[in-house]
Design a protein around this ligand. Structure first.
Ligand code: NAP
Length: 281
C-alpha cells in the first residue's frame, strides 16, 4: 500500500504557489490578498484562521484577519463584505464557519462577490462547477482531487464512490470526479448497502464524520482511498476510514492526520491566487 502523503504534496504546492506569487508581483507590481473574517472565539476556528494566515504569509500573499465578537450584528458583517468586494487590494474573502446562530450563513455566503469567493460556496461558483465552467472550487475537495490526480493522472472510466453528500465536500467532489470522466456514485445516510457500493469502487472518497466507518472488507484490492474525515475519539484524531484494515487492501490511502487536511489550506492559497489572476485579465 502506498501512503498518499498530503503534508508533502501540500508543501510542494505551497512552493509552486510561492514562485507564482513572486512572478505575479514582478508582472503586476502587487500581490494577491486574502482577507479572512473571524467571528467569535471558537478555538478550532481560531486555530484554522491562524494556520491560514501563517500559510498565506509563507507564500507571500497579503493577508488580513478581521475579528468580530460573537455578538456582532449581521448587517455589520454584510457591510464589511460589501466594502471588501470593492477593495482592489483584496483578491479573496473568506468568512470562517461556523457562524453564530443569529447570522444567516447563506446570506453571508451570497454577499461575497463570486470572483472573490475563495471557498467556492457562492451559488454562482457551485453552478459554474457543475456546468463545467471556470469557478472557485471548495478547498477540501480540490485538495482531494489534486492528491488523486497526482497519484493517478488518468481517471477515465474509473468507478468512484463518494461517501457523503455535503455542499462542502461530497457534492463538489462528485463534480470534480465527473469532470475527469469517472463514473460516480454519491452515497449518503440513506444509502441501502454502502459496503456493496464501496466494493465496486476504484476510488473512494469518504467525507462523513463517522470514525472509521469504511472497513477493510469494504474496499477492493487496488482501490485508491481518500479519507476526508477528522474525528476526535478517545484514541486521538481518526478519519472516516479504518486505517489499519483498509491499508491491507487499498493500493493507496491518505492518512489522518497528514492527508487531506494540509491540502485544504494550500488550496485556499491556490484559490486566492487564481482569483487574483482572473481579476487581472
Ligand atoms: P456533513 O456536512 O455532516 O455531511 C456528512 C455527510 O455524510 C452527509 O451527506 C450524510 O448523509 C453522510 N452520512 C452520514 N452518515 C452516513 C452513513 N452512515 N453512511 C453514509 N453516509 C453518511 O460533513 P462534512 O462537512 O462533509 O464533513 C465530513 C467529515 O470531513 C467530517 O469528519 C469533517 O470534520 C471532515 N472535514 C475535513 C476537512 C479537511 O480539511 N480534512 C474539511 C472539512 C471537513 P445525509 O446527507 O443523508 O445526512
Amino acid at each position: 500500500m502506498i501512503l498518499i502523503d498530503g503534508k508533502k504534496a501540500a508543501a510542494e504546492l505551497r512552493a509552486e504557489l510561492k514562485q507564482e506569487v513572486t512572478e505575479l508581483k514582478a508582472k503586476h507590481n502587487k500581490v494577491p490578498g486574502l482577507t479572512v473574517i473571524l467571528i467569535g472565539d471558537l478555538t478550532p476556528s481560531q486555530i484554522y484562521v491562524r494556520n491560514k494566515e501563517k500559510s498565506a504569509n509563507e507564500v507571500g500573499l497579503k493577508s488580513e484577519v478581521i475579528k468580530y465578537p460573537d455578538s456582532v450584528e449581521e448587517k455589520t458583517v454584510l457591510e464589511k463584505i460589501k466594502e471588501l468586494n470593492s477593495d482592489k487590494t483584496v483578491s479573496g474573502i473568506l468568512v470562517q464557519l461556523p457562524l453564530p446562530k443569529h447570522i444567516d450563513k447563506q446570506k453571508v455566503i451570497e454577499a461575497i462577490h463570486p470572483s472573490k469567493d475563495v471557498d467556492g460556496f457562492h451559488p454562482m461558483n457551485v453552478g459554474n462547477l457543475s456546468s463545467g465552467y471556470e469557478s472557485s472550487i471548495p478547498c477540501t475537495p480540490l485538495g482531494c482531487y489534486l492528491l488523486i490526480k497526482k497519484f493517478e493522472p488518468n481517471l477515465n472510466g474509473k468507478k468512484a464512490v463518494v461517501v457523503g453528500r455535503s455542499n462542502l465536500n461530497g457534492k463538489p467532489m462528485t463534480q470534480l470526479l465527473l469532470k475527469e470522466n469517472c463514473t460516480v456514485t454519491i452515497t449518503h445516510s440513506k444509502t441501502k448497502d454502502l459496503k456493496a457500493e464501496c466494493l465496486e469502487a476504484d476510488i473512494i472518497v469518504a467525507a462523513v464524520g463517522i470514525p472509521e466507518l469504511v472497513r477493510g472488507d469494504w474496499v477492493k484490492k487496488d482501490a485508491i482511498v481518500i479519507d476526508v474525515g477528522i474525528n476526535k475519539t478517545d484514541k486521538g484524531i481518526v478519519g472516516d476510514v479504518h486505517f489499519e484494515e483498509v491499508s491491507k487492501n487499498a493500493k493507496a490511502l491518505t492518512p489522518v492526520p497528514g492527508g487531506v487536511g494540509p491540502m485544504t489550506i494550500a488550496c485556499l492559497l491556490k484559490n486566492t491566487i487564481d482569483c487574483f489572476k482572473r481579476s487581472q485579465i
